[in-house]
Write a protein that binds this ligand. Structure first.
Ligand SMILES: [Zn+2]
Length: 138
């Protein structure tokens, strides 16, 4: 039941992030979200009018279903949760602010608002990880 609520909300993201956000925050779903990975959305005030790429990145990062190595390792896709870019720590949302390989992206995003900044770091990280996997280097 709880997973179904999450899936419905996530599917609604394809229509509008604002609607998905409202669905998760209603009373019944709020109670069902307690203790789940997406519980962070209850207190996360992500604006409902973001550009789609920014909203998708923020939604993924807030829920932990972010396609970064830590999550991909948890669901059995990656062999390790370690960042393939710097090999210093597990790669999750927090690591995007610390990864040495993303220093240039952080500098480029320094004047963006928090949502656009998070989205930019997320998409740059996803691109670099994908490129690393395609070349097999590292
Ligand atoms: Zn790293």
């Amino acid at each position: 039941m709880d997973l179904r609520i999450f899936c419905v909300a996530f599917r609604m993201l394809t229509v509008t992030y604002g609607e998905a956000y409202k669905a998760i925050r209603n009373e019944k779903n709020s109670q069902a979200a307690v203790g789940k990975r997406w519980e962070g959305l209850l207190n996360h005030n992500i604006p409902p009018d973001l550009w789609r790429d920014v909203a998708v990145a923020c939604f993924r990062l807030a829920t932990g279903h972010d396609y970064l190595p830590k999550h991909l390792h948890r669901i059995g896709v990656f062999d390790t949760p370690i960042c393939p870019l710097c090999r210093q720590d597990e790669m999750d949302a927090e690591h995007l602010e610390e990864c040495s390989a993303l220093a240039d992206a952080r500098e480029s995003a320094k004047d963006l608002n928090q949502y656009s900044r998070a989205a930019m770091l997320y998409w740059v990280a996803r691109g670099l990880v994908a490129a690393k996997l395609e070349t097999g280097v590292g």
